[in-house]
Design a protein around this ligand. Sequence first.
Ligand code: F0G
Length: 491
Amino acid sequence: MRISREEMLAPTDLPFDKVPPYRVKVVEYTEPTTRDQRKQLIKEVQYSACNLPAKYVYVNMTTDSGTSAMSDRQWAGMWLGDESYFNSKSWEPLKKALQEFSGMEYALPTHQGRSGEAILYEAFVKEGDIVPSNMHFTTTRAHCYYYGAEPVDMTCKEYYDEHDPSWFKGNIDVEALKQLFIEKGDKIGFVELVVPNNLCAGQPVSMQNIKEVREIIDKYKKRDVIFSLDIARISENAWMIKKHEAGYGHMSCLQIVQEMMSYADVSHMSAKKAALVNMGGFVTVRDRTNYMRLQPKLIRLDGFLTYGGLAGRDLEALAIGLMEGINDYYLEDKQRQSDVFANACKKLGVATYNPACTLGVWILAEHCLPHIPKHQGPGTALASQAYIEGGIGLTSMDSLHRGHLDPDDPTNYAKIQLAPFELIRCAFPRRVYTDSQYEWCAEALYKAMEWGDKVPGYRRFDMGDARPQLEDRDFGTHTFFDEFEPLFEHP
Ligand code: F0G
């Protein structure tokens, strides 16, 4: 490990707003395909990029989860992994990193994000509760249903206006939250803020918003309330605060994260995102008693308190990756690459949700294929066509995939509420693709869009009795099983 954290942040006049602060040592070859092959391949997997064999996806932006390239520092760290079951010495550097990152005294390693959520929701969410959020991620929503609680999404109004120029469109609507506490505070024991807001076009949350949530909880709570941050991509949120929120420009992203965390009681992280590892997660806790409440649950679900379902070498890679992921030069470059892609899209007339955040770029498919009605999945259609054109993998988050089901009639798809936007997520695997590959993605989207009304709308594929109905408590995960079919052949 030749370069230290401090050395990585040494003052420089090199333009890290134009070029990355690293170079590439290992490359992975891709499997070449042709347009005819891709057209056949996507048909065979029922027109879902997520079902494609990954080897046939040239630029894979279906997710940024577990898809990062690790650094030589992380790989070197893995050789130091201590695989002892109890009190592995690899837990020490991770515990220290988590305490520094979060400013919280207690931490539990978990094998990924959702296993950390599982122990938190089991410990702190009760049947009949309401769990407010700026927009629950699929898995925290699923945990709510599992424990008989109601997830309530309260995204701020600015998010719903695609022309609104605000920088923090991932915020929670604080007025609505306050009102909910006043009216139903006896049912609120857990508040979840996702920073940044993955399912709302990756939009960031402001420090002001986090502070206000803390104030509302302290002032209006009617019972003990845990304020939880879902921090899968907090580092990228910190960069947006540094750049666009008054008073934070002089601070490092690590200091900004520490301030964000200072308002919360617990945090949980899927480290597969901003912490630059392929597997891992953790929970951090401020209060000792709360930490002790989680201990037996971690042991039952994931593993002993010092490894939580991970190998010793994974603990080492995570301790290093967490701190690399909060490096200001790296984050500046990530924002730059996001802008490269967004600008390439704009130049070609491919509509993006604005602003493009540090995390990635979201496409507004309803503007690219205006002939397809919302309930026929313009995002699903555009993503399939873009795969055919350029071998790119994207995740559709349109009404067909993500429209909310009716909580009183969860298995009735006819009652789906349309999503506010027909989004496609172009997630950026970290440190993996070059600028020219992102420009190619923009071109593939443009080529797809150019087919106009020759691109088909979609409908839900009826599997008859083949799939058992989801139990109510498993409600919320349907988006990972649903299948769709085009109304006619793709061009
Ligand atoms: N929270 C957020 C905001 C997430 O985006 C994810 C996962 C999780 C929690 C759960 O973490 O997968 O490690 O168990 N998001 C992935 C995605 C799957 O593609 O957005 P996990």
